[in-house]
Design a protein around this ligand. Structure first.
Ligand code: GLA
Length: 391
């Protein structure tokens, strides 16, 4: 943190001591593409994230600098003009947060200098953008003495994605990052926003995160298309069913009524949304009962459903996940996040981690021609201020 402080002072040419904040990234254990379908998700905040250091200015200028994009230099804007600008690149995320916090009636009356440093690999599907949004949210809240309800801050982060950036994403990422708790995952009902924390006790297992190193951006992916396909499926089901979302259906109800969905592809998309939601609720129970083996099997089924019914995995994620399944000591593996590249996760016996890395990477390199990257992350707290450089 001392280095970040020095960097802040150097970049902005000031002797001020900035306040320090951290927002994690997230993994999702199970419950994929269910959030915008009114279903359940089961994510956890991780120890990789975004550090944001900031101090108020005496004028109306905001200056942003990211050590991850040092070549871009300082990006500047005025409090009076917070419109989205292509050339502002990554700084559109903090700009969007400032805009929507102000529009919600919180007084931001002056500008600020903000430095960011993130250790979440970019485009890895670990929610680096939601992490920047939430780091900015807690920073603004603190610098300007605003008391923003955490759930409201989370929904403002989602609004930045949806309305400011133009990605129709659900609430999962900002929620996991805003509400994360050390050593706990969060079962969230995305329709009601009711949630419960579940301790993650893995005993002699660890969560291995495996990056395909195939970058993807949601805006350029088929994400919005999947969402529309589910909306069409719901619209067809509503001709006979009084439902608001796919998330309220049991698998049996879906089987009985799926003929209402006109388009065969939309029917598959909806089947994923329904079965994945059911799996997620069961997964929590298995975890609570200490049945990690059953939890792992549900992860595997989740991946199959995302591959065959939802079609968001691709050769990179499939190669990694299927190679992981082959190794003794792997309880379960699946893609995590939106898909189309990004990361997979696996629950692995601690003393088998090296075997998994070796087998997965060799298979991966032989199939796609480059290496995967492996991380073990701790499950950590949500976005917060740091005191004296300590999380
Ligand atoms: C992305 C979105 C989330 C969620 C996942 C898929 O991470 O931002 O809202 O839809 O994809 O589960």
């Amino acid at each position: 943190m001392k280095n970040l402080n020095n960097e802040f002072q150097e970049v902005f040419g000031t002797a001020k001591e900035p306040s320090q904040f951290f927002a994690p990234g997230r993994i999702n254990l199970i419950g994929e593409h269910t959030d915008y379908n009114g279903g359940h998700v089961f994510p956890a905040a991780i120890s990789f994230g975004t550090y944001a250091l900031g101090s108020k200015r005496n004028d109306l200028k905001f200056r942003f600098y990211s050590m991850n994009f040092a070549e871009t230099g300082i990006i500047e804007c005025d409090l009076k003009d917070l419109r989205y600008k292509e050339k502002h690149d990554w700084a559109n995320y903090p700009k969007g947060m400032i805009k929507y916090i102000m529009e919600s009636g919180f007084p931001i009356t002056r500008g600020a200098d903000i430095l960011y440093y993130g250790d979440i690999p970019n485009g890895a599907g670990l929610s680096s953008s939601a992490s920047i949004e939430m780091a900015t949210g807690v920073l603004l809240e603190n610098l300007f003495d605003l008391e923003i309800d955490r759930i409201q801050m989370i929904t403002l982060g989602q609004k930045v994605e949806n309305d400011y950036i133009g990605v129709n994403s659900g609430i999962m990422d900002q929620f996991a990052i805003g509400m994360g708790k050390l050593d706990h995952a969060i079962l969230l009902n995305c329709q009601t926003l009711k949630y419960e924390y579940a301790p993650i006790k893995l005993d002699n297992h660890a969560i291995l995160i495996i990056n395909t190193n195939k970058q993807r951006t949601l805006a350029g992916s088929k994400y919005n298309e999947r969402r529309t396909q589910c909306e069409h499926a719901l619209r067809d089901l509503k001709t006979e069913l009084a439902i608001d979302s796919l998330g309220v259906l049991t698998s049996e109800q879906f089987e009985q009524h799926k003929h209402l969905i006109q388009d065969e592809i939309n029917r598959k998309r909806a089947r994923h949304a329904v079965t994945e939601n059911v799996r997620t609720v069961v997964a929590l129970k298995k975890l609570q009962a200490g049945d990690l083996g059953a939890f792992g099997k549900l992860m595997n089924e989740s991946h199959q459903s995302l591959k065959y019914d939802y079609d968001v995995t691709g050769v990179e994620l499939d190669t990694i996940v299927e190679a992981a399944w082959d190794v003794e000591g792997v309880l379960g593996a699946r893609m995590t996040g939106a898909g189309f590249g990004g990361c997979a996760i696996a629950i692995v016996e601690k003393d088998k981690i090296e075997n998994v890395k070796q087998h997965v990477n060799t298979t991966y390199r032989n199939t796609v021609g480059y290496d995967a990257t492996f991380y073990t992350a701790a499950i950590s707290d949500g976005a917060k201020q740091m005191t004296e450089g300590v999380l």
